[in-house]
Write a protein that binds this ligand. Structure first.
Ligand SMILES: [Zn+2]
Length: 606
């Protein structure tokens, strides 16, 4: 017995081209791979494998199916054997007795609503007169081939208040579901809910199984007031922080090429993918986050960042690079000419033009050094001081110890500060309450830390599950983003959503307080049950609460401090003064937080 969840994980991870390729000599032919059919032992190239869709098909004998069907047909395996066969090839271990419950998808109605919308938006783009402007934009102004636009599933949301809502109603998809997936909105001024996306080019966002889970919408109006992009809000099936745009199409190419290109947005992705560059991804409208970096690190350990060369682009580059370093990925940075972006470069010169720039990519630390040199930071004592801070930020982020070592040597060589001093500085950069820990284990690298036995996240959840009346107060102080363990973060979010306001909170361990947990996906639900069963005694809960909150806030402040230190490096003079002031304040806040914490003992999990 293997759970559906694990089967899907294996399917998502599997490289069907590699698996079929063990038995068939495959040649690339456009988006698919062709070879002689091993099933009817054909000789012509009539057997086709489509990596984007994860399927194979023979045009002569008609056999076809997914990555599990192939070994079943070819080797005569049973389904479970075939699953294990594929799992082995993508490094996933199938437990002998997989205890996870194989249940029906609890979000089927949400998925169906989103799938309907994706198809409806596409029909508006291709078949309706009001799709004209969007078609012109894509096919003429952007110059995308029609085949590519169809492959990406782009669509058009007409400039009308309730067009999608009305079309959905015909299929009995109601407001409640549409609200949950963020396709319609409610406002106090309007009596009826209205479409969230209006007059926008619609970019469907897919999960690794190729299912649409959310949308990005790009405005087509010249109106400068409208935000250029809006995204679906997070929903039970769509978590922006965990999804990377394009990975559903790119992941096998990324595995093969062992490097991925990071571009800023959907249109850059589309431009590169349309001209045959396959190993590209884009974060979703925001900067690349921790969970996204970790996801990507499973596919390749090298990244090439292709952002604009303007100031916001540089800040985004360095922030993304630090996240990647923390996830154990080594990032390089390609410098594009002023005013150019990946899209404009391939539009003018195709893939070769882009390749000329990517060949000149430099390591991210070297890129930072280049910028600091250009801006004269290394010419003055004050500037050098700031440069050391900025460079150590990158050195500290490197999870790979050998790389961190190289970085420290490099920083020492460039700034003239002795290496021993830099090492001390690196330890000092850890704020007060983390310094103690740093002294015993110099590698911070929290990214893949095992779930702490009794870290602050778990402690806080234990307290909140035992007394839900605490939740509104905690919700004011701790953001879900401060949680590092994804499962804990989701449970915390669910607690806030259901108990976050004083009227919802209720008290103690009432029966009612478990209804919210029933709504969670089975693995999270089990984790909640496990937390509730934990007999750990927390003496003096009030002070434990204060400490855990302080620790989680400390993390948020550290993140903010790191962001500010990156921004100050590329800021102009007047902005730099302001940022320096904020850095000082954040440092003081952190120090104040540290002094309120006890020295030892309590947090053995941290
Ligand atoms: Zn065949």
């Amino acid at each position: 017995m293997v759970s559906d969840e694990l089967i899907e994980e294996i399917r998502a991870q599997a490289d069907i081209v590699a698996i079929v390729g063990e038995y068939v000599q495959l040649r690339r032919s456009g988006r698919t791979y062709r070879g002689p059919c091993p099933l009817h032992k054909g000789e012509g190239p009539n057997f086709s494998v489509d990596p984007a869709r994860g399927i194979y098909k023979c045009f002569v004998c008609g056999e076809g199916g997914d990555v599990f069907a192939f070994p079943m047909k070819l080797l005569g395996l049973e389904f479970v054997e075939a699953v294990k066969f594929v799992a082995e090839r993508c490094g996933i271990i199938v437990p002998e007795t997989d205890t996870r419950r194989a249940e029906e998808d609890p979000y089927r109605d949400l998925r169906e609503a989103v799938a309907f919308a994706a198809e409806w938006y596409q029909r508006q783009l291709w078949d309706e007169p009001h799709g004209e402007a969007a078609r012109t934009y894509l096919l003429v102004r952007r110059g995308f081939p029609e085949e590519a636009v169809r492959r990406f599933g782009f669509g058009y949301a007409p400039d009308a208040w309730r067009a999608l809502r009305e079309a959905a109603a015909v299929l009995e998809i109601g407001d409640e579901v549409l609200l949950k997936v963020g396709l319609i909105k409610q406002s106090e001024r309007a009596k009826e809910p209205f479409d969230h996306f209006r007059g926008r080019l619609m970019i469907p966002i897919y999960d690794l199984r190729g299912r649409v889970i959310g949308f990005g919408g790009r405005t087509l109006a010249q109106d400068a007031d409208a935000p250029k992009y809006i995204n679906s809000s997070d929903s039970p099936i769509f978590h922006k922080g965990k999804i990377v745009y394009g990975l559903n199409w790119s992941r096998h190419a990324i595995r093969r090429q062992e490097v991925f290109l990071v571009v800023e947005g959907y249109m850059d992705y589309a431009a590169l993918a349309a001209c045959g560059i396959e190993n590209v991804i884009a974060p979703l409208g925001t900067s690349l986050g921790e969970a996204q970096a970790r996801l990507l690190s499973r596919y390749a350990k090298r990244a090439l960042l292709l952002y604009d060369s303007d100031r916001p682009g540089l800040v985004a580059t360095f922030k993304a690079a630090d996240e990647l370093l923390r996830a154990g990925v080594h990032p390089s940075v390609a410098t594009l000419p002023q005013g150019e972006d990946p899209d404009s470069i391939v539009r003018k010169g195709g893939a070769e033009a882009l390749a000329r720039h990517t060949e000149d990519a430099v390591d991210v630390l070297d890129r930072k050094i280049q910028i600091l040199q250009q801006r004269g930071y290394l010419d003055t004592i004050e500037g050098k001081r700031r440069a050391v801070d900025g460079l150590l930020l990158t050195a500290r982020a490197a999870k790979d110890e050998a790389l961190r070592d190289i970085y420290l040597d490099r920083v020492a060589a460039v700034t003239g500060v002795r290496r021993a001093t830099l090492e001390r500085e690196l330890a000092r950069a850890e704020s007060g309450w983390r310094r103690r820990r740093a002294a015993s284990s110099p590698a911070p690298a929290p990214a893949e830390a095992p779930i702490p036995k009794l870290g602050p996240e778990r402690k806080l959840l234990l307290l909140l599950l035992r007394d839900t009346a605490l939740i509104p107060r905690v919700a004011q102080l701790v953001e879900p983003a401060s949680f590092r363990v994804p499962a804990y973060r989701e449970i915390y979010s669910a607690l806030i959503a259901t108990h976050g306001s004083p009227s919802q909170a209720g008290g103690g361990e009432s029966e009612v307080s478990l209804a919210w947990a029933e709504q969670l996906p089975p693995p999270l639900h089990e984790r909640v049950m496990e937390l509730r069963a934990d007999p750990e005694e927390l003496t003096n809960p009030e002070s434990v609460l204060e400490e855990t909150i302080a620790r989680l806030r400390g993390r948020a402040l550290e993140k903010r401090l790191a962001d500010l230190m990156t921004e100050v490096l590329v800021a102009d003079t007047s902005a730099a003064v302001e940022l320096a002031e904020q850095i000082k304040k954040t440092r003081q806040e952190l120090a104040a937080l540290g002094s309120r914490l006890p020295g030892r003992g309590l947090f053995r999990g941290e």
